[in-house]
Design a protein around this ligand. Sequence first.
Ligand code: ADP
Length: 170
Amino acid sequence: MSEMLDARHAVYVGSFDPPTLGHRDIISRGAGLFRHVTVGVGINPDKSPLFSSGERLNLLREIVAPLENVAVECFEGLAVDFVRQCGASVMLRGMRTLTDIESEFTLTLANRSLAPDIETVFLMASEQYTSVSSSLIKQIAGMGREGSVNQLAEFVPESVIEPLLSKYRE
Ligand code: ADP
C-alpha cells in the first residue's frame, strides 16, 4: 500500500467488446490530460465476449496508434489491482448519461474501499457518443444487413467495422 503511485498516469479499464468511438473519445481526452494512459482490457472468465481478449487488444492498439502516450494491456482480476500494477493512482471512467452515474457511483465507492489511494476520474464523451454502447453495436451488426456498415460507422472506428461484421458471417 505504501508504494508511490503516479498521479500523472491514468488507467482506463473496460470490456471494449468491441471498442467504440465513445471509448476512443474518452481515451484521447485522457491522453490530453495525463502524461500516460494505459487502457486495460478486462478478461472476465465468467463472460463470453464476442471478441477474444487478444482481438480486443489488437483492435484497441490500432485505434490508439496515433496517441504516443497511450498503451494497451490485458488484465485479469480486480481493476484496482491492475491500476496499482501499472504504478498509476488514477482510474479513468467514461460517463454517458445520468443512469451511468448510478452504477459508476456504486463501483467507485467499492473501488475506493478496496484501494483508498486510487482516485477515480470521470470524463464525459462528446455529445454525439452519448447513446453509443458496445451492446447496441452488437445488436446492429447482428441484424446482418450489409447496409448496417453506414450505421456502424457512426459508432465504431473504421478498423472495427469489418472484424465486427465478419463475426456475424461466421
Ligand atoms: P464495462 O463492461 O466495464 O462497462 P465498457 O467497455 O463498456 O466496459 O466501458 C468502459 C468505460 O467506458 C466505462 O467507464 C463506460 O462508462 C465508458 N463508456 C462506454 N461507452 C461510452 C461512451 N459512449 N461515452 C463515454 N463513456 C463510455
